[in-house]
Design a protein around this ligand. Structure first.
Ligand code: HEM
Length: 504
């Protein structure tokens, strides 16, 4: 059959129609690729040609859970400004955090491409402008120093149970995957802080089904974000990802909403001091600071944001300490000089100890719980970022792993050296040119982590009480950070240890 150009497309057989569309797409794509590497205002931003002309390398690495590592490697090769995909640029310069997320940055660069949990109802992470300011004000009290002091007994009680469970394991003299027990503890604590109702993982010695759903929730969010980059191929990429994980993500949302409804119906109790107590007080004083629907979506945000991040920070601290016995010895010296017994260990006393803080800062540098992109959009008209003019509608980001594991920012970045975080006269000479401001695991500015104070206090408390009670021996290197995958959060492998109770 000869091809008549005036034949209507609908009259052609299906195969031919597909062929024509395929050809048109190919022509479009070749023109687009030529534009991307020559005339596009981003053409001169360094990066491999494949990333300039296609989203595919970025999508593939995301689906494999290796994009944070890949972007880190691109920066090592191409320098502090790198093209991650046709519309996105990543920065590692030491001022990048401040310029993009700090106070002036936040006014200029709006959050972009975040997954709204319930369309039309922004949560704290996705809200913009006035909505964000209002919700942040409503939640601020729940994260104040005062609230943390009032809640400390919850942390201590959960840690008591955590340690008694580890005592049982200790007597079994079996290798222990401590990552799992740290996750039990972190989830139980957030259940109590958020809803006055623990997940009871420690009591039951196992994951609550909701906690398992959450781990799938991260993965499903990750796949949706990766698939969105593929435009018309969105459904195809989603289909390649685990669709069932998406359904489990939905289940997490349903459970969070139900939990808020349950909590709202609880009778008044002056002694209760979970997050909703502080939000309700704020709501009474400033009517309507947060609607019930907003409480529901924020519950779905706070549980994962406040649990897996802490578990990652703790597992990272432990792994790195166990790999570096001299650092562990120095930390023990600081703790033993301050505390005579387990009962002495409090958040307030830990706040004054410099070395444990340096250990946590260094672990967060090498193993940042949020290691990937925090996308922001450049406004129409463009903007200068780290000395580079970036055209309007470009997506910009710092990737924490890329910025922290980078020899331009930190001397010997692979070396676990808490001393680099001490005061100037205590720092080793070879770390003096480090750009400490390049490690911002909680981000900076008005949209930084609202739970930062809580996270430091919780991580230090658990770590100290654990080290005070046990000698730990690392049994293998399965936890090796370099080999891990990231699906929004790190997929933490087992951290196998032997525990021995210390004589005190
Ligand atoms: C080591 C632990 C933690 C790390 C490294 C961490 C990191 C971060 C980062 C990087 C952001 C900025 C996200 C963005 O710009 O898109 C953020 C935001 C947030 N984090 Fe955390 N986080 C931690 C613990 C917590 C805890 C314990 C909570 C609550 C219990 C929490 C709640 C939140 C919330 C609600 C936001 C959104 C804040 C806003 O947009 O105003 N985080 N966190």
């Amino acid at each position: 059959m000869t091809f008549d150009p005036w034949t209507k497309v609908s009259d052609l057989p299906l195969g031919k129609t597909a062929g024509i569309f395929g050809l048109l797409y190919l022509v479009y794509y070749v023109l687009y690729a030529a534009y991307a590497v020559t005339l596009s205002p981003l053409a001169k931003v360094p990066g491999p040609i494949t990333r300039k002309v296609s989203y595919l390398p970025c999508v593939i690495m995301n689906m494999r859970g290796r994009e944070s590592h890949a972007v880190r490697d691109l920066h090592r090769k191409y320098g502090p400004v790198v093209r991650v995909n046709p519309e996105m640029v990543s920065f590692t310069g030491p001022t990048a955090w401040k310029e993009i997320y700090g106070y002036p940055g936040v006014k200029k660069f709006k959050k972009f491409g975040y997954r709204e949990l319930r369309p039309g109802v922004p949560d704290l992470l996705t809200a913009n402008g006035a909505d964000h300011a209002r919700q942040r004000a409503a939640l601020n009290r729940a994260f104040s120093e005062k609230a943390l002091r009032e809640q400390e007994h919850h942390f201590q009680e959960h840690i008591d149970l955590f340690l008694s469970r580890l005592d049982e394991k200790c007597s079994e003299s079996q290798p222990l995957n401590i990552t799992q027990w740290i996750e039990f503890l972190a989830f139980d604590i957030i259940g109590t802080l958020a809803f006055s109702s623990s997940f009871h993982c420690l009591e039951d010695r196992g994951y609550h089904p909701w906690v398992l759903l959450l781990l799938n929730f991260f993965k499903s969010t990750h796949y949706v974000l990766a698939a969105r980059m593929c435009g018309i191929f969105f459904p195809l990429i989603l289909a390649l990802g685990p669709i069932r994980d998406l359904r489990k993500g939905e289940e997490h949302l349903r459970r969070s909403y139900a939990k808020v409804q349950e909590r709202i119906k609880m009778p008044e109790d002056d002694k209760r001091n979970d997050f909703w107590t502080y939000i309700s007080r704020q709501n009474e004083q400033k009517e309507g600071s947060m609607s019930v629907e907003e409480m529901e979506v924020n519950a779905a945000l706070l549980i994962p944001a406040g649990s897996d991040t802490i578990a990652t920070a703790l597992a990272g601290c432990l792994y790195l300490l166990l790999k570096h016995p001299d650092t562990l010895t120095r930390l023990r010296q600081e703790l033993e000089a301050e505390f005579r017994s387990d009962a002495d260990i409090t958040m307030a006393r830990l706040a004054g100890l410099p070395y444990i803080r340096a250990v946590v800062d260094e672990a967060l540098r090498m193993y940042p719980p949020i290691s990937g992109e925090l996308r922001r959009a450049v406004p129409t008209g463009g903007a200068v970022v780290c000395g580079h003019f970036i055209p309007g509608d470009t997506i910009i980001s710092v990737y924490a792993l890329a910025s922290c594991d980078n020899a331009s920012n930190f001397a010997q970045p692979k070396q676990f050296t808490p001393e680099r975080w001490l005061t100037t006269d205590e720092r080793p000479d070879w770390t003096r040119n480090d750009h400490l401001e390049a490690s911002q695991p909680f981000s900076v500015g008005p949209r930084n982590c609202i739970g930062m104070g809580l996270a430091y206090a919780e991580t230090k408390l658990i770590l100290t009480r654990l080290l005070f009670r046990y000698d730990l021996e690392l049994l293998d290197d399965e936890f090796n950070i370099e080999n891990q995958k990231v699906y929004v959060m790190w997929q933490k492998p087992p951290l196998s240890v032997n525990l021995r109770r210390r004589a005190v």
